[in-house]
Design a protein around this ligand. Structure first.
Ligand code: 2AM
Ligand code: CA
Length: 293
């Protein structure tokens, strides 16, 4: 499969299903929610995440019985991240920005992408609270509510708005690295934003509202649709190291244009070196500490 006609059908079908299931987010965002945690206190899931994923997958399975699925809530049940194959595969985040949703902060969305032959063909990110529908098809551009969008052409970090997920600093193992990179960005950039939804923030880069988005430790469903949006809007996505971006192990360095890449990669490397040095000296401090003072 993957004639344009078949992809048109996939797009029309998933669009309707997304709009329909997003009513759940719009109706529930203001009320109280029953919350469960997954890997830690910061990793929240609600009955709504599960319900939306169920509706999306049930609907898509009926229409496209041979297609495969990689969905956040399904993977968190099985603890197995499926391999991406050449088969048409829907990559689904039923609510990206779950913590925002829990707090009624209006940055929550459904993010859904279709990959065929391991290539992203369709990307949809829909925030039903703010009525923002971001869409992209490979080779056909990126859109917000039906109007074409394009990335920023700012070429220097000192004139850039940089977005990242500060929430990962709640995890002890990654805290120093994230805070080190944050310090580097704060020192250099025009401004820093940390919005709590990877999918939506990638879309803000796609629409030119921010120049950069960077976060490691994400999952394919957080980024699949947003990455296609950025590419189709004229932007650039690489791995944090500067190497090619890997959708199945996403360490995201996304930017409005390629010219920002060398400066960003260098800045992150320098920040990490500084963090490791600091850690080394902290270790020495504690090694020498004998409890007598
Ligand atoms: P989520 O809302 O679907 O959990 C900020 O937290 C961003 O990082 C969100 O896009 C969030 O997706 C994503 N993220 C991915 N894994 C996460 C985790 N284990 N805990 C918190 N956020 C996570
Ligand atoms: Ca997510």
């Amino acid at each position: 499969m993957a004639t344009q006609k078949e992809l048109d059908h996939c797009y029309d079908f998933v669009m309707k299903l997304t709009i329909e299931s997003a009513k759940i987010i719009r109706d529930a965002i203001q009320g109280g929610k029953n919350i469960e945690t997954k890997d830690g206190d910061w990793d929240l899931v609600t009955e709504y995440d599960k319900k939306i994923e169920e509706i999306l997958i049930d609907g898509l399975v009926k229409e496209f019985p041979t297609h495969k699925f990689i969905g956040e809530e399904t993977v968190s049940k099985t603890h197995v991240l499926p391999k991406l194959t050449d088969a048409p595969t829907w990559i689904i985040d039923p609510i990206d920005g779950t913590t925002n949703f829990v707090h009624s902060f209006p940055h929550a969305c459904i993010s859904i992408a279709l990959a065929v032959n391991r290539e992203l063909e369709i990307g949809i990110v829909y925030n039903p609270v703010l009525e923002q529908m971001f869409t992209a098809r490979r080779g056909r551009g990126a859109y917000l509510n039906g109007k074409p969008i394009k990335t920023s052409d700012v070429k220097e970090l000192r004139h850039s708005l940089i977005c990242l997920e500060a929430s990962y600093a709640t995890i002890e193992e990654t805290r120093d690295i994230i805070l080190g990179r944050l310090e580097a960005f704060v020192t250099l950039a025009h401004g820093i934003r940390t919005l709590g939804s990877a999918a939506l923030t990638l879309c803000y880069v796609a629409m030119g509202a921010a120049e950069v988005y960077h976060t490691d430790n994400l999952y394919p469903w957080d980024v699949a649709a947003g990455v296609l949006l950025i590419r189709e809007a004229g932007g650039h996505v690489v791995d944090t190291s500067g190497d090619d971006f890997d959708l199945m192990k996403p360490r995201v360095l996304a930017m409005g244009n390629k010219k920002l890449a060398p400066e960003l990669v260098k800045l992150i490397k320098l920040a990490d070196i500084k963090t490791h040095r600091r850690r080394g000296s902290d270790k020495n401090t504690f090694n020498n500490y004998n409890g007598s003072t």
